[in-house]
Ligand binder design. Structure first.
Ligand code: SF4
Ligand SMILES: [Zn+2]
Ligand SMILES: [Zn+2]
Length: 151
């Protein structure tokens, strides 16, 4: 539920293994996990929760969504059956590759943009593919066309 809206509806096991709505993705990633050493990609939700009396136009989640596109601020998405028995209120549910709770967190690797090493400990961002970028390089490309995540 987000601002009184059902954003995703499926058997709970499906939702946990395969969150398809960006809000569910963020909620699941915020759940603490028992092993403190386990690498676990946290998905932050940006921005404040809008006031229920000042609900945004289009998709209610768009001001905070890491995947939004132009349509999102204009048209409210219907709750649609995206895969059998799994309903999602998102225009782009088929295209978005959300981060799953057990997806890998990259600490180093080759930057997609400049092709140089992103050393462990340097400022970096990761998309869900997963691919790693220097933070500065990521700002040049704005987002990943494959998983649809904006940086
Ligand atoms: S409809 Fe757009 S803003 Fe809403 S959850 Fe989907 S991608 Fe994000
Ligand atoms: Zn780079
Ligand atoms: Zn990606």
């Amino acid at each position: 539920m987000y601002l009184g809206n059902i954003v995703e509806l499926a058997p709970s096991e499906d939702i946990i293994k395969n969150p398809m709505h960006p809000y569910t993705e963020a909620l699941l990633s915020a759940v603490p996990i028992p092993d403190p050493k386990a690498k676990h990609g946290r998905v932050e939700i940006r921005g404040e929760l809008p006031s229920p009396i000042d609900i945004p136009p289009g998709c209610y989640f768009h001001p905070r969504c890491f995947y939004r596109r132009g349509l999102c601020s204009e048209i409210k998405p219907p709750l649609r059956e995206v895969t059998p028995g799994h309903f999602v209120q998102c225009h782009f549910a088929e295209q978005i590759k959300t981060r799953k709770p057990d997806d890998i967190v990259l600490e180093s690797g080759t930057c997609v943009v400049c092709g140089k090493l992103v050393a462990k400990g340097t400022s970096s961002v990761q998309c869900n593919c997963p691919k790693i970028y220097h933070t500065d390089c990521a700002s040049q490309v704005k987002g990943c066309q494959v998983c649809m995540k904006w940086f």
